[in-house]
Design a protein around this ligand. Structure first.
Ligand code: ATP
Length: 198
């Protein structure tokens, strides 16, 4: 069973995923982290990125994140190009991860652009992490040492929170951490115990 975990920038997806990771019968897959890893480790992916964005896309063996971000956050068509290269590779990698973790209760698939990338269609159920816009902006500025304008620009590339929530089975309100943790426990109990009740 694949449970999609999504939410806007700074809503707290990774924080919530870390609560789920305390349950040893849950396998966690972070699409963004794995995509970044694959962009450095997969030779074929590297080749495609260099063809599309030029040699400057890499600094030695490392992805030149600032260079790529500078292009894709200012040009939607370039973002689409990057996604069309990276998404199929991550999808394949994730299929292998599912096979390797088939003994787990479920796989929590964290993806900031779950709906935008249509990955929601491959999930059995979906959890959206929610927090007020101003809180998300404040958290992201603090975490990434970035500006309000830059965070707002990144938010514009994502679909609205309401749309995400309406298409989800569960919404976690991530305001204080203790309440968020309790919501995680409740959802985990529903996901695991209901099988024994039906
Ligand atoms: P992104 O999509 O940008 O990767 P995210 O949704 O994964 O973000 P996190 O990285 O989990 O969000 O959280 C953003 C920042 O806010 C982090 O520094 C995290 O420690 C902090 N944070 C998350 N939840 C809370 C909370 N309930 N109270 C206070 N700080 C929080």
């Amino acid at each position: 069973m694949v449970i999609g975990l999504t939410g806007g920038i700074g809503s707290g997806k990774t924080t919530i995923a870390s609560f789920f990771s305390e349950f040893k019968t849950v396998a966690i897959y972070n699409a963004d982290t794995e995509a970044k890893k694959l962009m450095t480790t997969s030779k074929s992916l590297k080749k495609e990125i260099v063809t599309a964005f030029g040699k400057e896309a890499y600094l030695g063996n490392h992805l030149n994140k600032a260079f790529i971000a500078g292009i894709v956050f200012n040009d939607k068509s370039k973002l689409q190009t990057l996604n069309s290269i990276v998404h199929p590779a991550v999808k394949k990698h994730f299929q292998n991860f599912i096979k390797q973790n088939n003994s787990k209760d479920y796989i929590l698939y964290e993806n900031a652009i779950l709906f935008e990338s249509k990955s929601n269609l491959n999930c059995n159920e979906i959890i959206t992490v929610s927090a007020p816009l101003h809180t998300r902006i404040e958290r992201t500025i603090l975490r990434d040492n970035t500006t309000k304008a830059q965070v707002e620009q990144r938010i514009q590339n994502q679909c609205s929170e309401t749309k995400k929530e309406l298409q989800s089975n569960y919404v976690i309100n991530n305001l204080d951490l203790e309440s968020a943790r309790n919501q995680v426990v409740t959802i985990h109990n529903i996901l695991t115990l209901r099988r024994t009740l039906i």
